[in-house]
Design a protein around this ligand. Structure first.
Ligand SMILES: NC(=O)c1ccc[n+]([C@@H]2O[C@H](COP(=O)([O-])OP(=O)(O)OC[C@H]3O[C@@H](n4cnc5c(N)ncnc54)[C@H](O)[C@@H]3O)[C@@H](O)[C@H]2O)c1
Ligand SMILES: [Zn+2]
Length: 359
């Protein structure tokens, strides 16, 4: 069980969190109208959220939207706003995002702009949304020009994560969450990293998984508290990008579809470890252990389907770059992250190794 505060937002996770939902709702919501935006993948279980909201006194309406990235768009936000207007949700009312990260991101964004901002609650139903997307207050939608191009910092007032949603998660989505969990474990070091190395292949292993989920959430909450609006370029929130410089580049080079975000992050973490060995003295045993664990989880350790020049080009476009220098988050050891400028020759070499499965 975890229960922490991030600014004025409460983040609660427990194996019976849904059963506690009624008691977690702030008093001021109990006489208000709530619109629950439901991911189609969990629509048959929406009542687990709707019933306690109604029992607490909220006037509840639901809107089912298709889950997944391709629907994280203006037109879905328009549907949400239309439904909120239709249900007469007022400034004091609330939106609830029930689903994967795409649905929590777009519901949070709709809550940021509807009536210039209303409260919202996130009920994340994928592993990735529970450890990452629903935590930290970033909300966004995608445009044809690129992902997450329009958004707002608009933290949910309440996040309620319950492992029971995960029972229906496809293997690919498990792996996507594991990429972020192993990233958090590397940033945390010590016990967390050791525990991550013992996690069995998904699905299952809930007893071993849940403490790691909890640790990943705590890490993100702590980091975001120090830098809520991502203004500190070196420390702060930027360290959460460990593995993401090469990870995002691989994802972009592969195009939508073949790799899940977490799978790309897994390879990106191997790349960050290799660069850390070259530049800041990370012990190579960390990369070897990570590689063995990714293989055990059925995740890729290389990406033969992409072109290494493409990867280099996408790394060069990374938003963290300053001038021509690529800034990476690296590790001196698990638990000791640093940011460092990486010379172009090493970026090319690590991209070649990622593509050839030599990390
Ligand atoms: N705001 C942030 O800080 C932040 C951080 C990381 C990621 N994100 C965003 O999160 C999104 C990715 O989230 P995601 O990985 O949850 O993917 P997703 O929301 O696309 O969900 C993946 C698939 O799983 C389905 N699904 C959801 N819950 C399910 C369940 N319990 N059982 C079976 N299927 C289920 C969805 O319908 C979808 O088809 C991206 O849009 C990304 O940009 C945001
Ligand atoms: Zn990520």
């Amino acid at each position: 069980m975890w229960d922490s505060w991030l600014g004025s937002g409460r983040v609660v996770g427990a194996s019976d969190a849904l059963l506690q939902l009624g008691t977690l709702l702030p008093e001021r919501w109990r006489t208000e109208r709530a619109l629950v935006v439901v991911d189609s993948a969990v629509a048959d279980r929406a009542d687990q959220v709707v019933a306690p909201l109604s029992a607490a006194g909220c006037e509840v309406a639901t809107l089912v939207v298709p889950g997944g990235e391709s629907h994280k768009t203006w037109s879905t936000v328009e549907q949400v706003v239309g439904a909120a207007v239709g249900h007469l949700v007022r400034r004091q009312g609330l939106l609830v995002g029930l689903g994967g990260g795409a649905v929590t991101d777009l519901t949070g964004f709709a809550a940021a702009v509807y009536l210039r901002g209303v409260d919202w609650m996130a009920v994340p139903t994928t592993l990735l949304a529970q450890v990452d997307a629903a935590i930290g207050g970033k909300t966004a939608i995608d445009l044809v020009y690129g992902k997450n191009l329009v958004g707002a910092f608009h933290p949910p007032r309440l996040v309620v994560a319950d492992p029971r949603w995960l029972a229906t998660l496809p293997l690919r989505e498990w792996r996507s969450g594991l990429g972020e969990i192993v990233k958090a474990a590397l940033l945390q070091g010590n016990g967390g990293w050791t525990q991550a190395l013992e996690l069995p292949a998904p699905p299952g292993g809930e007893e071993q998984l849940w403490p790691l989920v909890e640790a990943a959430v705590r890490l993100k909450v702590d980091v975001v508290k120090r830098d809520p609006n991502e203004l500190d370029p070196d420390g702060g929130r930027a360290i959460l990008n460990l593995g993401h410089t090469v990870g995002h580049a691989i994802e972009a080079a592969a195009g939508m579809g073949p790799l899940s975000h977490g799978e790309a992050v897994g390879v990106g973490l191997l790349a960050a470890c290799w660069l850390s060995e070259q530049l800041v003295g990370l012990d190579p045993s960390v990369r070897a252990a990570l590689r063995a664990r990714l293989t055990r989880w059925g995740m890729p350790t290389g990406v033969p389907q992409v072109d290494s020049d493409e990867v280099v080009r996408f790394v060069a476009r990374d938003k963290k770059n300053r001038g021509d220098t690529t800034i990476f988050v690296l590790l001196r050891a698990p638990g000791e992250a640093v940011t460092a400028a990486v010379p172009p020759a090493l970026v090319e070499e690590v991209a070649r190794r990622a593509v050839s499965d030599l990390l």
